[in-house]
Design a protein around this ligand. Structure first.
Ligand code: SF4
Length: 232
């Protein structure tokens, strides 16, 4: 099965537990205003590769994965290419490599459910835990993510929630409390990570020639985000 790949990071330490090879896939239907990777949006961009080719590349780094590491497939949105990721993860699992899926959880059909059978950990970008802001900023109902989470809960999947914190948008204590209350409904969530909003991607927007909607906000202060994580 051929997939569309944006890029490959041999050994990352911020996309799931431990040291992980990270495969960034091409294509995303969303347009989050804080997106760091607008160059992944075009589903016809990137380069093509077979699942076994990616597997063989990942295999080279296996000695560095240790007990907790493995492969993470990120994006873009990996749920746009579920069959490709299923084949890749199946190969990895047969070789004892832990699999993590970094997703927005916006799609749940038979092919995604199949993919989840070979996924060990889901890294879920919650974006906004309330219906109003999810619809306003992401343009779709929060309900699709809730359905995805309910399914993960029923399957007893390991879930790590990731939330980008943007100054004045969602960095008030009540925002963090609302995130905590939302996540508490799903005991499968084992951890919540707060990620500071960064503006390193501003150049990418310029190059592509599209506006950076959250470009008007300051980058988040790492210390403040750390304090919010403690509060959470
Ligand atoms: S889901 Fe991820 S890749 Fe897609 S627009 Fe949002 S932040 Fe960007």
């Amino acid at each position: 099965m051929i997939g569309r790949i944006h890029s490959f990071q041999s050994m990352g330490t911020v996309d799931g537990p431990g040291v992980r090879s990270v495969v960034f896939l091409q294509g995303c239907p969303l347009r989050c205003p804080y997106c760091h990777n607008p160059d992944t949006w075009d589903k016809n961009g990137g380069t093509e590769a077979e699942a076994w080719e990616i597997f063989e590349t990942v295999q080279r780094y296996k000695p560095y994965f240790g007990e907790n590491g493995g492969i993470t497939v990120s994006g873009g949105e990996p749920l746009l290419q579920p069959e490709f990721v299923t084949e890749l993860f199946t190969l990895c699992k047969a070789d004892g490599i832990s699999t993590a899926l970094d997703t927005s959880g916006i799609r749940l059909d038979a092919s995604v459910k199949e993919l989840l059978t070979v996924t060990d950990i889901v890294l879920l970008d919650i974006k906004f835990p309330d219906t109003e802001r999810y619809q306003k900023y992401i343009g779709i109902p929060l309900k699709s993510v809730q359905k995805f989470l309910e399914y993960l809960q029923r399957q007893n999947k390991r879930v790590i929630v990731r939330q980008v914190i943007t100054p004045t948008v969602n960095d008030a204590p009540q925002d963090i409390a609302a995130l905590g209350t939302f996540c508490a409904q799903y005991p499968c969530i084992e951890k919540i990570e707060l990620l500071p909003f960064l503006k390193l991607c501003a150049e990418k927007y310029e190059t592509i020639g599209i506006p950076f909607p959250f470009g008007k906000y300051e980058a988040a202060d790492a210390k403040k985000v750390e304090a919010l994580a403690k509060y959470l």
